[in-house]
Design a protein around this ligand. Structure first.
Ligand code: 5GP
Ligand code: MN
Length: 341
């Protein structure tokens, strides 16, 4: 974090404030881990702090310290709006545009608080008085670590802070395997273990808590895996009917797309998930190397994210979305097969 951003944030935090921390819609381990890590730090500094998420987060994150205090906007609209109205400082974490928070956008736009953005996604909007944006960072949780270090040193990092930041970094790096994982990421992780993050237990809490329904849904997803060798591309589909038949719960499809990306030779993977309630098809896109799913999703799916991981949506039917997807691929054939020998 540069010295100008550090001093702007320091000044805003000089006196005790009412602070709200907001993460993105469909919160993941990084949105929640970075927010809760910052929450315990700001409370320790003597501020009055609330964490707000636009909608519910998956059960496999419900063990995270402080997660029971998170306000879910969709579930408690009036209470959450009141908390936002009273805040004089609002941290926005792990997203780059107010379009990423769904209906929570309105109270945030109406707020007169000073916004501080901490985020690692590409092309951040400029609406904050202080923006700490670094697309080379593994995760927002790693950035919160650097932010705490710049504001107050790492002495104040408690086991609760360390646990949340560890979980955020671990989930956003695919357990430290994505290219965004740097030597510095590992140094931060080592420090977090020193501060009390129980690494084995955190992995267990997140990865070894599958429900039988989720495992059966994974079986369906793998049956629906299609490979298009001429484009080094693989895709998975899940219809609403298939989700319902396996008692789908939020978070159950997390990581499924990685199985498509793990097929030998595949550099572009996508999962299409039907959501009848919202009348959309939600996609998760992943890639290897320099094929940018951020650009692909911005161009075709009203979404974005990072070079190797992005999300998006389509308002067409599942079948039409897939037909369209296949029809777009020839335009990307060169980019997708560049490294073929
Ligand atoms: P996921 O596929 O896991 O939902 O998202 C992958 C990455 O892309 C995450 O970093 C997520 O924050 C980002 N992302 C997901 N959906 C969208 C979207 O609609 N717009 C943008 N800009 N980013 C997204
Ligand atoms: Mn993130």
């Amino acid at each position: 974090m540069n010295s100008e951003t550090t001093s702007t944030i320091k000044k805003l935090l000089e006196t005790s404030k009412k602070i709200v921390i907001v993460g993105h819609r469909n919160p993941d381990g990084d949105a929640l881990g970075s927010s809760l890590g910052l929450y315990f730090f700001l409370k320790h500094l003597g501020h009055h702090v609330s964490v707000v998420m636009p909608n519910e987060f998956p059960d496999f994150l419900k063990w995270m310290p402080g997660s029971d205090a998170v306000l879910i906007y969709e579930k408690e609209i009036e209470k959450t709006t009141a908390v936002i109205n009273e805040a004089t400082v609002i941290f926005v974490l792990d997203f780059n545009s107010l379009g990423r928070v769904g209906d929570l956008k309105k109270p945030l736009e109406e707020s007169e608080a000073d916004f501080i953005m901490i985020d690692h996604h590409q092309q951040p909007d400029e609406f904050a008085v202080a923006t700490y944006s670094d697309t080379n960072m593994s995760s927002t949780a790693e950035m919160v670590y650097h932010c705490i270090a710049a504001l107050d040193g790492t002495e104040t990092i408690t086991a609760d802070i360390a646990t949340n930041l560890y979980a955020g970094i671990m989930t956003d790096t695919g357990s430290f395997r994505f290219p965004s994982t740097s030597a510095e990421t590992h140094r931060v992780i080592a420090n977090l273990i020193d501060k009390g993050a129980n690494n084995a237990l955190i992995h267990q809490n997140i990865f070894d808590t599958n429900s039988p329904d989720r495992m059966r849904l994974l079986g369906v997803a793998l049956k629906n895996l299609h490979i298009l060798p001429e484009y080094n591309t693989a895709y998975i589909t899940l219809s609403q009917e298939e989700l319902d038949a396996n008692n789908f719960k939020k978070g159950d499809t997390e990581g499924f797309v990685n199985y498509a990306l793990s097929v030998e030779g595949v550099v572009f993977a996508i999962i299409f998930i039907e959501n009848k309630q919202d009348s959309i098809i939600k996609m998760s896109l992943r890639s290897k190397g320099d094929f940018s799913v951020n650009e692909f999703s911005r161009a075709h799916y009203h979404g974005g994210g990072h070079t190797n991981a992005a999300g998006g949506r389509s308002s067409h039917s599942l079948n039409n979305t897939i037909t369209e997807f296949i029809s777009i691929l020839p335009d990307y054939k060169n980019a997708l097969t560049r490294n073929d020998s």
